[in-house]
Design a binder for this molecule. Sequence first.
Ligand SMILES: [Zn+2]
Length: 340
Amino acid sequence: MVMTRQAFDWIKGLDCRQVVEADLGPPHHHSQKNNIYKCPLHNESKGYSLVVWEDGVRCFGACNQGWDAVGWVMKFHGLEYREAVERLNPHGQSIQRTSPPGPLSNSRGGAKGEPPDSLWQSEAREIIAVGEKTLWGDRGRRARDYLFNRGLNEDTIKYHRLGFIAGGYKEWKRIANTQVPCGILIPWIADGHVWALKVRRSAGEFRYQQVGGGNLKGGLYLADHITLGSSVLMLEGEFDALVAWRWGRMFASPVAIGSAANFQLDPRWWSRLVAVKVILARMDADEAGIKAVEGLKRISRRVVGVNVPAPHKDVNEFVLADGPNAFVDWLVGLLMEHER
Ligand SMILES: [Zn+2]
């Protein structure tokens, strides 16, 4: 990108907090350093994933992408580079442009339905290996206990290659030239590709974060484990799916969409579902979850919205409280009712 020095300084001098506030109004939360919003770019309903600093904007949620001030305006208003600059600078510093700025370096993920590039994937495989080694080593004890307490066993954890990146809940570690959030590592692996590395933090506002450059959009966790001719139990969270996989995979194939906002699956993954009998969809009982089940039903008539018995709020809690036999009875009962 070629710009006059003056214009470059002007762009560098913009305070992103003011730019975003002009678009979204006062932030939900602010501190001296940053402002926090619900991310409008992925219609966030539950959390507050959009963080704005003086020199940048980043969505740590579904978008998992960062922008400078101009990039933000392009994205939010759907503008070309020049239009965005004009919007920010109506009185005109002169700016010469040869090409629009690329996305920031940590958003290398491919388009929806396309895996991240092979360099990203090879770095991701290195990170997975480090995560596994740490989880089963001395420093992984607390993380292992956490996973066992959530109802997973060693087989399930190893089979699905969960790992642990040691460090505090706000820390990031540099592994394979990549910034990795510290916490429990949940790799999304399917079709021979690593699609994303999600991390469950042990505390903090952003409980789930991911390594930049992954591609979860329209993705389906455990898609490789769908048994032809079986039915599918479609859940929201990865841990739910893993617990269901441990106890229920003989009866139905558990999968997860990662977040309710992600119900519009890419055709690549829908194609895995054409040969299944019914899709029992169980999302969180909040606005986003209800919307997701309705959306899934519109996409396929084989989708049936189901619920875990009250008062449990998800499959994981249900299994922990009532035990695996109650879960299997529930699952088999649903299959008998809805499979034909
Ligand atoms: Zn977002």
